[in-house]
Every structure is written in C-alpha cells, then in structure tokens.
Design a protein around this ligand. Structure first.
Ligand code: ADP
Ligand code: MG
Length: 264
C-alpha cells in the first residue's frame, strides 16, 4: 500500500512510527532592502528512519536554506520542522542548540575538524559539547568502521582529505543522531576518495541504521542515495527513487534550462 501523506510512516525496525525528519509547508524568505527573496516557497517532505536522500537543484534553488532549516540552524519564516516527531521550529535558541548537538550530525565539504585535537578527540567532540558521557570505546569502534582504527592519536593535519572526511563521518555518528546532514561531502575530494566516502555513508545507512540527507551537485554522488529530491526556485521539483547517474544528470539539465517560474 502506498504511504499516505496524512499518516505517519509504518513502524520499522522497532523505531517509533514517525519520520526521522519532516518539513511541513516550510517557507523561508529574506528581506533585502525593499525586496523579498523567497528562498523556500513551501516545502513538504518527510524522510524515514534509515533512509539516504540526496538533495539537488540549480545554484540558488534553496538547497542550503533547506539544509539549514531542516537542521535547526535557521528558522523558517513559516511552516514547521519535526525531528523524530518533535516540532523544533519554535524551540528556544538554547534548546535548539542542545538538540542539534545530541540529535543531529553534520558533515561539511571542508571537513571542519579541530586541528588542535586528536582524531579521537574530534570524534568525541559532539558528546563533549552535548554534555554527554564521552564514549571512547564507541569512538574507537567508529574509527575502525571508517578504516582509521590506528589513527586515533593523530592530528587532522597529518591525514589526507579523504581520511579527514572519514573522521568527520565518525564524528557525525557518535551521538547516534536522528539525522546526519551532509553538505557537499565529496566536493573537496578526488573521484576515487569521493567514492570511498560515499560508500561509507551508504554503509552507515545500511549497516548502522543512520539517516542521511546529503546536498550535492554530483549526479554520481546522488545516485548512491535511495532517493533524490530536486529543488528549483525554492520549491520541490520532482524526485527519483533508486536513481542512476545518467537519469539524475538529465533531470538536472532540464531543471537548469527550464524558464524561471515554470511549474515543477
Ligand atoms: P543553493 O544552496 O541552492 O545555491 P540557497 O539556499 O543558498 O541556494 O539560496 C536560495 C536563495 O536565497 C538565493 O536566491 C539566495 O540568493 C537567497 N539567500 C540565501 N541566503 C540568503 C541570505 N542570508 N540573505 C538574503 N538572501 C539569501
Ligand atoms: Mg548552497
């Protein structure tokens, strides 16, 4: 049976029956002098636990705004965001910061590791910031899973770009977050290293039950996801399930060349 929009998802893997992340009618506008920019024009999207979603769209289509609103780094102008069934849109700044630290993982294009900390300390940092017990054995296990079991005592500067991004993946998973948001995670990596990093994200979803949302420009990267959602002019403009790179690339070309303001 097809899932109904007005009902939570079917219970899976003993988890609660709501989406890992859900956006309802999310709008975000920016005032710019007398002018208003509509970065998001009413986005409705629910992503299940254990799913891997890629978000694509032309430059300026609202991808970063989407990610920031979904991850509680920015507040929608209207609409709601639910994380693990909890409405986060109206939380105080304080509560939102706490929630981000314990329930959301981030992976950035530029890795964003702290150079003065060891690899192991970097992986433990989210727990430290969240005021949780620092689980060294879990951190070591995660480092092993990303192939860096022997590198916990090194500094990020002693690692290659691909290795640093693997540390960032371990760091993003340490708190067992509801959702891991990745913003162009392979944008700074060569093709082969990018492939390894994508394989690890895939592994995190398939073997570790993680939920990943990844913004990318790369159709090959997007095709590692279960589902690709496209944004254009701040609105959803279709999606692909079990995508292949060629179909994703064709869709991107048609989005980039369609007239501004055309219907999705
Ligand atoms: P993308 O990541 O897809 O390139 P963005 O989410 O960064 O798109 O931007 C969507 C639209 O919102 C663009 O027109 C951009 O110029 C505008 N925008 C984004 N952030 C701001 C901001 N802080 N102030 C004003 N306009 C913004
Ligand atoms: Mg952007």
């Amino acid at each position: 049976m097809a899932p109904r929009h007005d009902r939570p998802q079917t219970e899976q893997y003993g988890r609660p029956a709501h989406a890992a992340i859900e956006l309802r009618a999310v709008q975000r506008s920016y005032g710019r002098g007398g002018e208003t920019v509509h970065a998001l024009r009413g986005v409705d999207l629910a992503l299940g636990h254990g799913s891997f979603t890629a978000v694509m769209g032309p430059s300026g289509s609202g991808k970063s705004t989407f990610l920031q609103c979904a991850a509680g780094l920015d507040r929608p102008s209207s609409g709601e965001v639910y994380l693990g069934g909890e409405e986060i849109t109206r939380l105080s700044e304080n509560r939102l910061t706490k929630l981000r630290r314990s329930r959301i993982g981030f992976i950035f294009q530029s890795f964003n590791l702290l150079p003065s900390l060891t690899v192991l300390q970097n992986v433990l940092l989210p727990q430290r910031l969240a005021g949780e017990r620092q689980d060294r054995s879990r951190a070591k296990e995660l480092l092993g899973q990303v192939g860096l079991g022997e590198h916990g005592g090194r500094r990020p500067g002693q690692l290659s770009g691909g290795q640093q991004q693997r540390v960032a993946i371990a760091r993003a998973l340490i708190t067992r977050p509801d959702v891991v948001f990745a913003d162009e995670p392979t944008g700074a990596l060569d093709t082969r290293t990018a492939h390894e990093v994508l394989g690890l994200l895939r592994h995190a979803v398939d073997a570790m039950g993680a939920t990943v949302v990844m913004v990318t420009h790369d159709p090959v990267a997007a095709s590692v996801a279960d589902r690709v959602v496209f944004l254009a002019d701040g609105a959803l403009a279709g999606e692909l399930h079990r995508p292949d790179p060629k179909t994703v690339a064709d869709r991107m070309v048609s989005l980039a060349t369609r007239p501004v303001g055309a219907a999705a």
